[in-house]
Design a binder for this molecule. Structure first.
Ligand code: C5P
Length: 201
């Protein structure tokens, strides 16, 4: 059996937490596709050409420990506008989505471009202010020194770049269930996600 769950949305909306919880609930494998773009972005910081980096990407690159930094997040959204970079990452994502036993993929274009036929699609969002506050707390927790204002500015800059790009812009698929987590505790958001997916099974 293959069953694909596509979870898209902007940075720090709760996609990652919801995706992990959903994958564990259904016993499915999970791929955080942002890591692919982060791994490519990280390589460009040491001067590698982004298209070459995307073509040479291997699964182990997704485990590098610097991928969660704010610099790498910005670099990721810059390489993500390049059509050839996106194209080089498609096969890996689609193969993952089709694995037997079920898969959850989270990102920006899973329901629209990578897996348009996914059995269930969610679009997880929240206000920029709520998302920036969550990301600020996450970064503070990791002792990354950055101000709240800077995190909000980064989130807004990345949103704009992700939504306005020509290739695979961030937007909900027409058949996605939208979950706004601005006023939802994580347990409630996860419960909504699971209920929406069960309705498709
Ligand atoms: O999800 P995350 O914040 O880790 O993603 C980093 C960046 O990678 C995003 O801002 C976006 O530009 C890009 N990305 C994308 N398509 C995806 C996943 C991430 O363009 N499916």
């Amino acid at each position: 059996m293959s069953f694909t769950i596509a979870i898209d949305g902007p940075a720090a909306a709760g996609k990652g937490t919801i995706s992990k919880a959903v994958a564990s609930h259904f016993g499915f494998a999970h791929l955080d596709t942002g890591l692919l773009y982060r791994a490519v972005g990280a390589r460009t910081l040491d001067g590698t050409d982004p298209i070459e980096a995307a073509k040479a990407l291997v699964a182990e690159d997704l485990e590098a420990d610097n991928l969660r930094s704010p610099e790498v997040a910005q670099a990721a959204s810059k390489v993500a506008v390049i059509a050839e970079v996106r194209a080089a990452l498609i096969d890996f994502q689609r193969a993952f989505a089709r694995r037997s036993g079920g898969a959850v993929l989270d990102g920006r274009d899973i329901g629209t471009v990578i897996c348009p036929n996914a059995e269930a699609k969610l679009f997880v969002t929240a206000s920029a202010e709520v998302r920036a506050e969550r990301r600020y707390l996450e970064l503070s927790d990791k002792d990354i020194d950055i101000s709240r204002e800077q995190v909000l500015a980064d989130v807004k800059e990345r949103d704009a770049r992700d939504m306005e790009r020509a290739e695979a812009p961030l937007k909900p698929a027409a058949d996605a269930v939208v979950i706004d987590t601005s006023d939802l505790a994580i347990d409630a958001a996860v419960a909504k996600a699971i209920a929406a997916i069960k309705a498709r099974r």
